[in-house]
Write a protein that binds this ligand. Structure first.
Ligand code: PXL
Length: 249
């Protein structure tokens, strides 16, 4: 039988550790066929983003039409979206019901520095795209910014469940990497929550781990898992990647 397909709408990372390149590798590791829509082309290395070009919305819309031309993908994720017009292109496709199981990873900056979404784009993402998302995957800082209140502890997130779901997405996975001690990811849905623990794997290189997380989550949904199962898959994919990076080369 043909492998299930997932679509990523994201930026290109020339170092290939993050962005659309990380998404393709992750989809493939999880047994999926990838389709891709490139939004921003970046030239980057460990020093950060050296240059970047946000593609014209016409070209992104054309890629999206082409990528959605065959049998529908089983799930879709977004990464770096560059600018408000590209957020609008994705929003329009989502409103038309063309982006099933939409995972919105709110990427604004590259891990080594450099903007990947401008401020009007970030505003539109919250207002226009989050309400169309099946899952959003903010870290603590991003989730806190969305509800205008700093989130620094697990209790802060637990107490903010209603406000976070009030943003309009069906569910959220608030990533706990910034918590003190071992990270706990919190899955929030109208039907209940789940806390996903695990050891903190110390690693100086975290480049692309957010992309791997949202891609593996998207893969889980494409394979028919619910958001809680898919969030566990995502957490384990990040742990496996960090363990590989710690191995002596
Ligand atoms: O991990 C976030 C991210 C997303 N997309 C692109 C990136 C990065 C991080 O560097 O380069 C293109």
């Amino acid at each position: 039988m043909a492998r299930p397909t997932a679509l990523t709408i994201a930026g290109s990372d020339s170092s290939a550790g993050a962005g659309i390149q990380a998404d393709i590798v992750t989809f493939s590791r999880e047994g999926l066929q990838a389709r891709t829509v490139v939004t921003v082309v970046t030239a980057q290395d460990h020093g950060g983003v050296r240059d970047a070009l946000v593609l014209p919305s016409r070209l992104v819309a054309a890629q999206l039409d082409a990528a959605l031309g065959g049998p529908a993908p089983s799930a879709v994720k977004t990464g770096a979206l560059g600018s408000a017009p590209l957020v609008a292109v994705v929003g329009e496709a989502a409103r038309e019901g063309r982006l099933p199981n939409l995972v919105v990873d709110p990427v604004t900056h590259a891990s080594a520095g450099g903007a990947l979404l401008d401020p009007p784009g970030s505003e539109l993402l919250v207002r226009d795209l989050l309400p169309l998302a099946f899952v959003a995957t903010p870290n603590l800082d991003e989730a806190g910014r969305w509800i205008n209140r700093p989130l620094t502890s697990l209790d802060d997130v637990r107490d903010s469940t209603d406000d976070l779901l009030g943003l309009g997405c069906t569910s959220l996975v608030v990533k706990g990497g910034h918590l003190h001690g071992d990270p706990v990811d919190l899955v929030l849905t109208e039907r209940g929550s789940l806390e996903i623990g695990g050891p903190r794997i110390e690693c100086s290189d975290l480049h692309g781990t957010g992309c791997i997380h949202s891609a593996a989550l998207c893969a889980g949904l494409a394979l028919g898992e619910d958001v809680m199962q898919a969030a566990i898959r995502a957490r384990r994919a990040v742990e496996a990647e960090l363990s590989r990076r710690r191995e002596p080369r």
